[in-house]
Design a protein around this ligand. Sequence first.
Ligand code: RIB
Ligand code: CA
Length: 327
Amino acid sequence: MPRAVIIDTDGGVDDAAALWWALRSPELDVVAVTVVWGNVAVDTAMASVGRVLAAAGRADIPVARGAAGPVGVAPGLRPATFIHGDDGLGNTTNGLAAPAMTVATEAAPALIGRLCRERPGEVSLLTIGPLSNLGLVLADDPGFAATVGELVVMGGSARAGGNALPAAEANIAHDPMAAALVAEAGWAQPPLLVGLDVTREATLTDGHFALLGEHRSAAAAFLDAPLRFYRQFGSVLTAPDCPCHDLVAAMALADPDLIPDAPVLPMAVDAAGGPAWGATVVDFRAPAVARLRGAEQDRAPGFGPWRIGLGADVARFRSQAAALFGG
Ligand code: RIB
Ligand code: CA
C-alpha cells in the first residue's frame, strides 16, 4: 500500500526531479503538492510544478499556493534564478502558456493542516523548499505536528557548512524563524534531515547526463535541459558531479535504506541574525552526555530530536536516479 505524501516545494530544477521521482514511485501516493517561495517567486513555482505534473500525466493532483515570503526576519538572499532559471526550470519554458493544473481552493498551510488532521499519522510530508508553509501551520496550531506521519526535510547541514550563506543551507537560510519552529515542534517521530552532508555525496555523474540526453524516459526528456542549465552553477562545489538535493530527499522518503547513517540527535536552527544565521546546529555531544549521566540526553531550549542524515548509500542513489532517466 503506497504511503500518502504531501510535497512542499519551491519549484526549482531539483524539485522537478524529486517530483518526477515521487510520482513514479510505487511506495508513494502524492495526494497534494504545496508551493512556497524560494528558488523563484511563488507564482512562478506554481507554474513550474504545474508543468511537471502535466508532463507526468498527473494534472489531477491538487496544487496549493503558499507563502510568498518568510514568516520571520530573514537574510536578504538574491533569487536563485541563476541556478534554476527565471521559470524554475532552467529557462526552458519562458513565454509558454500557463499549464493546465488543478489549483486547490485552500492556501497551502490550510491544506497541509487539514489533510494531516483528517488522517492522523497516515500522511507524510516531504519539504524541499523553505519551511515557511510549515511554519505558518505550526504558528496556527502547534498540535498539528503530532498528526503528521513522517516528515522528511531537505535542508540544513550538520558538518558540511552552507551553500546560500557560509553556515546556512538555502532552504533554512530563506526562513530561519520558520525552520526554528519546525526544529522544535512535537513531531510524532523524529523527522529525517536530508542536508548537504548527504546531498553533496549522493550526486549525479557524467554518466547520468549522458543517459539524460538519450531521452529514454518521459522524465529524462523533461529534465534533460533543465538539469543541464542547473548543473552549470549548482555543481560549483562538487564538479564534475552535480548535487540533486531534493531528489535525494524524495528517494529517502520512499527508501529508508538510502541514508543508513542517520543517528537521532538534538537539532536547532540559529535564527539570531549573526554570522551563523540559518545554520542547523546539531548536538553531537548528546549520546556521550547520556552515557555519562545514565539518563535521557539533555536538550537545550530550541532543540528537538531529529534523524540527522550523515551518510548516503551513494551507489543506491545513482542506480535509482539512472532508473528514473530510463537506464
Ligand atoms: O540547498 C538546496 C535546496 O535549495 C534545494 O531544495 C534547492 O531546490 C534549493 O531550494
Ligand atoms: Ca527546492
